[in-house]
Design a protein around this ligand. Structure first.
Ligand SMILES: [Zn+2]
Length: 375
């Protein structure tokens, strides 16, 4: 089986639900845990199937609002020419995987605010509908939570807007904070600061969760991890900024012929540090044999199996002048282990993610001494 499947979800453990405005929508397995948890807690307290259906139905309606929230981000980003790969729903909300965030802080603020704005509009529409129906609504938000499903949805949408506007990464408010900071300092420091605020908030939330509600602990964990991931991604992004594939290309590498047996791949693996091999025929890369492919071949047929039987044949190419940021993105999303690097359509070398990360570590070390690496 070939692992190079197109349209893989951004997050593992996600199930595809469908497509909205050309964007694939996935639900993460942990969201289902939330559904089960809700169903069980309704069953425990009310002991009626109707209560369970009401609880689960409410969560599904809420989940619809979260999709619309993410769509708000995605469609605003589209106006600035940025595509969205997919939308994934997690128990703490959704994640729209934008190709990138706008470089212009003002555009970033608009994209970040579009999500919470959708929730405020939904709450407003529900309020209008309920008023037109002449349904008497309590003044207190907390007593509205005891009301019908629409009243509950109204309150929860206001909560969603408020929660997401907290100025802590990875919430939308954190992005707004980062963008505002980025107008005054460089982007990496702005991100670090916004991420620290996010982690401080996660600590506080975790403490409150410990005392009052274990579910908050769960959210705190997500916020903590999200803030760290955001800071890490930005760090790599800034280090790769201005570099092209020519900085990370591997020109000395071992290759295989399609007619080689797996024995040769084993020898090359044991001889050196390379794990994945381009398969060459007349100066042209026609496939890639990864370590996984090799092990699968050995398991199924032993050492005498041919390289061509187990190699992956869809080889992604990249021009030597392509910016490393975009090469990195492609390597993370294509499900391939290496790219063939071309110069004027001629093969010039290969590149893999380990090599790019190697360059990132070198750049980071040099940056501490404020030097720049130019091979
Ligand atoms: Zn959002």
């Amino acid at each position: 089986m070939n692992s190079n499947e197109k349209n893989q979800p951004t997050m593992k453990w996600s199930m595809r639900l469908g497509t909205l405005a050309g964007i694939a929508v996935y639900v993460h397995a942990t969201f289902l845990i939330l559904l089960v948890w809700i169903a069980l807690s309704y069953w425990r307290s009310e002991q009626s199937l109707q209560a369970v259906m009401h609880g689960v139905g409410f969560i599904l309606a809420l989940f619809g609002c979260v999709v619309l929230h993410e769509l708000g981000h995605a469609l605003t980003a589209r106006r600035f020419g940025i595509k969205t790969r997919d939308i994934t729903l997690l128990p703490i909300g959704g994640v729209a995987s934008l190709e990138k965030m706008p470089d212009d802080p003002k555009q970033e603020i608009l994209v970040a605010l579009a999500g919470p704005a959708v929730n405020i509009v939904i709450a407003g529409l529900i309020w209008l509908w309920l008023s037109l129906q002449q349904i008497v609504m309590p003044d207190e938000l907390s007593s509205m939570l005891q009301g019908g499903m629409l009243q509950q949805l109204l309150v929860v949408n206001l909560f969603l807007a408020g929660f997401n506007l907290l100025p802590a990464f990875p919430m939308d408010g954190g992005r707004v904070l980062r963008a505002i900071l980025a107008m005054r300092m460089d982007r990496i420091n702005a991100t670090r600061l916004a991420a620290s605020v996010g982690q401080a908030f996660a600590l506080w939330l975790g403490l409150v969760g410990l005392l009052y509600n274990p579910f908050l602990l769960f959210i705190a964990l997500f916020v903590w991890i999200g803030a760290m991931a955001e800071a890490g991604t930005e760090e790599i992004r800034s280090l790769l900024h201005g570099t092209t594939l020519s900085d990370a290309i591997i020109t000395h590498f071992e290759s295989l012929s399609p007619h080689d047996s797996l024995t040769r791949a084993i020898q090359l693996t044991l001889d050196g540090v390379q794990k994945d091999f381009p398969v060459m025929q007349e100066q042209e890369i026609i496939g890639v044999l990864t370590q996984e492919d090799l092990l699968r071949g050995l398991h199924e047929q032993g050492t005498l199996a041919m390289v061509r039987e187990y190699m992956q044949t869809n080889v992604e190419k990249a021009d030597i002048n392509e910016p490393l940021e975009s090469v990195m993105k492609r390597l993370q999303t294509c499900g391939c282990r290496l790219l063939a690097v071309t110069r004027n359509d001629q093969l010039a070398g290969i590149v893999n993610i380990e090599n790019i990360l190697e360059l990132v570590r070198i750049e980071a070390a040099l940056k501490k001494g404020s030097r720049k690496f130019k091979p």
